[in-house]
Design a protein around this ligand. Structure first.
Ligand SMILES: Cc1cc2nc3c(=O)[nH]c(=O)nc-3n(C[C@H](O)[C@H](O)[C@H](O)COP(=O)(O)OP(=O)(O)OC[C@H]3O[C@@H](n4cnc5c(N)ncnc54)[C@H](O)[C@@H]3O)c2cc1C
Length: 373
């Protein structure tokens, strides 16, 4: 049984692991820290389920009717605690209110990111904010199936490959399943992120106690890192000056499959898609306050109906589709930069600090910011 030939043919969604009837598939990390499935040939019964379930091999669910909205949570505190406009959390609370459960990415011990099942409002708080690395699915698809089969409403949120991985695993539609796909730039690995946190801990001589990729501390900056430490100190930095963010934004540190992503386009596989509303100010300067605005795309009647039930929670404007779909990951995946292999080579042979010295520069942009702001 062969699941992929090139690493770019596996997005790490873990659908194959979840569907295996004899538990013959385990996820193993490669040297960079990205998880890939490995088949235990002694257990494998060659049924082929793992090959058939792969979301990169089949057709993804297509939208039937799309509408695009710029969305801000009416409560400014809520908006501050979320990545962009706070659109997701109200959708999640709505499902909990109906007696359902919500799945999404959360930090665990030592900032290990994985998908969890949230069954109450307190647990939902852990799903707030973007964690810019690959979240591990574990056996969550199987849990979703069990919840659906027992009649519970379920909201599943994740990147496009994770949503399509779930759809493919389920193999049929459930009326009470809502899928929210998070528009995705691409994902770095947990290992790289761990080393970044260690690098900061060494610098601040203290253990990190909280991490927020969208600290919203730096004025007029949409993406800024906020890390707090046990000794009371904190690190707050605009994305353009933060090493981990720069490796991510410059596309050095992404998983191989992200450069060939099947889901970075306008054909969204969720019932609803969520993103930051980049460049909104071009046409709606009065709505853009740089405190976070979500782009909500409803992809079908189910998504439009769910969003419609929540409209009193948000400030909303319906926007032209061309504006909404202007950003890169809604058109095509980012190309792999030539320097990416050199970056990983430095990381693997010399460690994170060496990468900071060699690759954490954006000289033209930094000079521009220094001169003009
Ligand atoms: C890896 C990644 C890359 C992204 N790239 C882009 C981009 O290029 N352009 C863009 O416009 N928006 C991107 N986003 C989406 C954006 O950062 C916000 O998540 C989105 O706007 C929703 O914000 P919110 O305020 O509504 O929700 P929030 O309250 O911030 O909710 C966070 C939601 O994101 C999910 N989530 C968080 N981390 C992960 C993860 N690692 N994997 C899967 N799901 C996760 C949670 O389950 C939850 O559903 C990305 C998000 C992630 C996680």
């Amino acid at each position: 049984m062969e699941l992929f030939v090139r690493q770019s043919e596996c997005c790490g969604c873990e659908a194959c692991k979840n569907i295996c009837p004899v538990n013959a598939i385990q996820m193993k990390n490669d040297a960079k820290g990205f998880a890939y499935p490995e088949i235990d040939e002694d257990k494998c019964i060659s049924c082929g389920a793992c090959q058939r379930v792969c979301p990169l091999k089949g057709e993804a669910q297509k939208p039937s009717a799309q509408k695009t909205y710029a969305v801000k949570h009416k409560n400014s505190g809520e908006r501050k605690s979320c990545s962009s406009g706070g659109a997701f959390i109200e959708m999640a609370r709505h499902i909990i209110k109906k007696g359902g459960v919500v799945y999404g990415a959360a930090y665990g011990e030592n900032f290990q990111v994985s998908h969890i099942r949230a069954a109450d409002k307190a647990e939902l708080e852990r799903l707030k904010t973007s964690k810019y690395l690959q979240s591990r699915i574990g056996d969550v698809y199987s849990q979703v199936k069990a919840d659906l089969n027992s009649g519970l409403p379920v909201l599943f949120s994740g990147t496009g490959c994770q949503v399509q991985g779930l759809r493919s695993f389920l193999g049929k539609d459930y009326p009470q399943l809502y899928c929210v796909d998070i528009v995705c730039h691409g994902v770095p690995s947990q290992k790289l992120f761990d080393d970044y946190i260690k690098y900061l801990e060494e610098k601040y001589k203290s253990k990190a106690v909280s991490v927020n990729f969208r600290g919203k501390q730096v004025k007029n900056v949409v993406q800024d890192m906020l890390v707090t430490f046990e000794n009371g100190k904190s690190y707050s930095c605009a994305a353009t000056f933060d090493s981990y963010y720069m490796f991510f934004i410059k596309n050095f540190s992404l998983r191989e499959s992200c450069y060939e992503c099947h889901f970075s386009n306008s054909e969204r596989c969720g019932d609803i898609s969520l993103a930051d509303f980049w460049k909104l100010e071009k046409q709606f300067p009065e709505f853009q306050d740089f405190k976070g605005v979500s782009l909500v795309i409803t992809n079908n009647d189910k998504g439009e109906k769910l969003f419609g039930e929540l409209k009193d929670k948000y400030e909303i404007i319906e926007t032209p589709k061309e504006l909404a779909f202007a950003q890169h990951p809604l058109r095509k995946p980012f190309a792999k930069p030539q320097k990416s292999d050199l970056f990983w080579n430095t990381y693997l042979t010399q460690g994170y600090k060496a990468c900071v010295k060699k690759y954490n520069s954006f000289p033209k942009l930094k000079n521009f910011i220094r001169k003009h702001f």
